[in-house]
Design a protein around this ligand. Structure first.
Ligand code: PGA
Length: 248
């Protein structure tokens, strides 16, 4: 059995009280998976909930991380949060380049590349998201777009840094729409990504409307190592159901 990464991206949901409640409910639900060596669970929380997430994650032996960060260590960057600030909380993983950052907040490839490098330099694992919009897919640009997104992020890195990154293929048209990519579509891109990254050992997740009902199909694909889950990660039972469905 391959190891499965089940990562939850809470986006702009889950305040402090909701985070605490999540982990109270998570504990008994997670009990049966706790010692499963084939499962790695991670929760990515909004900045203001990270202290509560740190506590909950520690009590349950899961990973926790942030959903974004700025690449400068300090300075006049109103509204931004630095890597040292996140290290103070004990963050070990940070999502970078999520499509909502790229498309709603216009984060360009070169900024994402700087973030990836700064996060790696701090010995934190970047969870690097990439993926095409519906327009790009329909006009046959899927691989061109993803080549640009991936190459700009990794081309100046050392091979051991490239391997440290966790990659998350998230087609924009499948995020929050309820319409996941088919397992064949997701496998095709993840296999292609592994070849482009040129390292057979890298971890590649699929994200976009993953839930209990499509988890087995998606996670059984050869080049998909896990899921980055939005909506279904907000409740412990719908979140863990993804792994349960895969195992059954
Ligand atoms: P979704 O979000 O599971 O709600 O589609 C996935 C993501 O944006 O990471």
């Amino acid at each position: 059995m391959k190891k499965i990464y089940l990562y939850g991206n809470w986006k702009m949901h889950m305040n402090k009280a909701e985070t605490e409640k999540f982990f109270i409910d998570f504990k008994p639900a997670y009990e049966i998976y706790k010692n499963d060596p084939d499962l790695e669970v991670g929760v990515f929380a909004p900045f203001t909930s990270l202290w509560a997430a740190a506590e909950g994650a520690k009590n349950n032996g899961v990973i926790f991380g942030a959903e974004n960060v700025y690449f400068e260590p300090k300075g006049a960057f109103t509204g931004e949060v630095s890597i040292p600030m996140l290290q103070e909380i004990g963050v070990t993983h940070i999502i970078l380049g999520h499509s909502e950052r790229r498309h709603i907040f216009n984060e360009p490839d070169d900024m994402i590349a700087k973030k990836v490098k700064a996060v790696l330099d701090a010995n934190i694992i970047p969870v690097l998201c990439y993926g095409e919009t519906l327009d790009e897919r329909e006009s046959g640009k899927t691989f061109e777009v993803m080549t640009r997104q991936l190459k700009s992020a990794i081309s100046n890195l050392k091979p051991e840094e490239v391997r440290k990154i966790i990659y998350a293929y998230e087609p924009v048209w499948a995020i929050g729409t309820g319409k996941s990519a088919t397992s064949e579509q997701a496998q095709e891109v993840c296999e292609w990504s592994r070849n482009l990254i040129a390292d057979p050992k890298v971890v590649i997740l699929y994200g976009g409307s993953v839930k209990g009902s499509n988890a087995k199909e998606l996670l059984s694909m050869k080049d998909i190592d896990g899921a980055l889950v939005g909506g279904a990660s907000l409740k412990p039972d719908t979140f863990l159901e993804i792994y349960k469905a895969y195992k059954n």
